[in-house]
Design a protein around this ligand. Structure first.
Ligand SMILES: Nc1ncnc2c1ncn2[C@@H]1O[C@H](COP(=O)(O)OP(=O)(O)OP(=O)(O)O)[C@@H](O)[C@H]1O
Length: 360
């Protein structure tokens, strides 16, 4: 079977402003009915990439394809209004003088009856049918956002570009609207390119995450893979707090408080950093100095003294100092676990959750 054609494909997109490269060789694909999140810190070039796809900004080089058809390179340029692209941005604005129904019908063509049917269908899907005749000023922020979504989807764009569309909403409202939005877009088969700087939002919404830094895509893949096999230390740190254990390679091994780590193919003398997330440390009791029995997957246990412990919501964060070299390390534990400073405990780390990188 031939490979499916991506709904949206970006190839080697580059854009500079005043000699500074802001989007640097970005390539990605979005399949129909799938959500790709461009995730990265503020200023890394996410919105510029989105504006280039929308056609309101021009790339210096690279191509954009929709359903296998070239729509933009440095010579050809299909204008924004002919790209079948819907836009939903944080500062979306409904037309204040138009009712909910008129707002949603705004970009629609066809007979009055067809338009009305489409408006009602979409408002029903976003649970806003009861407010069809209301005006924007009579709606809450969340309700306005749902109408904006219905309006953006109404003309059946094959691609939806979303730039931090939910960041103006409070947390509880946001989860509901995010999930609703996702199911409507999936049902419509729309390909979504969504920009966010929040890893949690990307993990929740994306089929694929493209992690961006300084204009580059550092890593792309399913959320599970990007989280569990980060490309480098910064990629790991973008998703959660991390611990970094330093070591030097001798004979393809690094000695640490937690025993030896394999560093195959790494030359002797190379300094490495072993990255482990706080949730992947296991804590055990001292048992009069005996500590826990090591298991093959956890390696050698390390004796540590509690410096501080805090309850931080669903879990507790415990900060330790390792006997081995006096370095600090943190562990999170579900629920409430608040050992006193000075308590001796033992730590083990899940080897399958450690990432070894050359020191940068
Ligand atoms: N028209 C422009 N002229 C000059 N510089 C620009 C222009 N547009 C964007 N930039 C710069 O390019 C960089 C990337 O901006 P961009 O808005 O794409 O980042 P972002 O990742 O979306 O950030 P944020 O999450 O803060 O919106 C920024 O340093 C910005 O100042």
């Amino acid at each position: 079977m031939p490979d499916p054609v991506p709904r949206l494909k970006l190839e080697h997109i580059t854009r500079s402003f005043a000699g500074r490269t802001v989007v640097d060789d970005v390539s990605l694909e979005v399949m129909p009915g799938e959500v790709t999140c461009l995730l990265g810190p503020s200023g890394c070039g996410k919105s510029t990439t989105l504006r280039i796809v929308a056609g309101v900004e021009m790339q210096d080089s690279g191509c954009i394809w929709v359903d296998g058809e070239l729509i933009c390179d440095t010579v050809l340029r299909v204008p924004p209004e002919r790209r079948s692209i819907g836009l939903m941005f944080q500062d979306f604005a409904l037309f204040p003088h138009l009712s909910v129904a008129e707002n949603v019908a705004f970009g629609l063509t066809g007979s009055k009856a067809d338009k009305r049917a489409r408006v009602e269908e979409l408002l029903d899907r976003v649970d806003m049918l009861r407010l069809i005749d209301a005006f924007p000023h009579e709606l809450s922020g969340g309700e306005q956002q749902r109408v904006a979504l219905a309006r953006a989807i109404a003309p059946r764009p094959s691609i939806m570009l979303m730039d931090e569309p939910f960041s103006g909403l409070d947390n509880r409202l946001r989860d509901g609207i995010r999930d609703e939005t996702l199911s409507v877009l999936k049902e419509e088969g729309t390909a979504v390119l969504l920009v966010t700087h929040e890893p949690e939002e990307a993990m929740r919404m994306a089929d694929r995450i493209a992690l961006m830094r300084n204009g580059h895509i550092v890593q792309q893949g399913a959320p599970y893979n990007v989280f569990n096999a980060p490309a480098d230390k910064e990629a790991a740190a973008f998703f959660s707090d991390i611990n970094v254990i330093e070591g030097t390679v001798r004979g393809a091994l690094t000695e640490t408080a937690f025993g030896q780590f394999l560093a195959p193919g790494v030359p002797d003398g190379t300094e490495v950093e072993i990255v482990i997330r706080p949730q992947h440390l296991r804590i055990d009791f001292d048992r009069n100095g005996r500590g826990p029995n090591p298991t093959p997957s956890d390696g050698t246990p390390a004796r540590a003294v509690v410096e501080r412990s805090r309850f931080i919501g669903k879990e507790s964060l415990v900060e330790f100092r390792l006997d081995y070299d006096g370095s600090r390390i943190s562990a999170t534990v579900p629920n409430v676990f608040l050992p006193k400073p000075g308590t001796v405990l033992w730590l083990m780390i899940r080897r399958d959750r450690c990432f070894v990188f050359p020191r940068t």
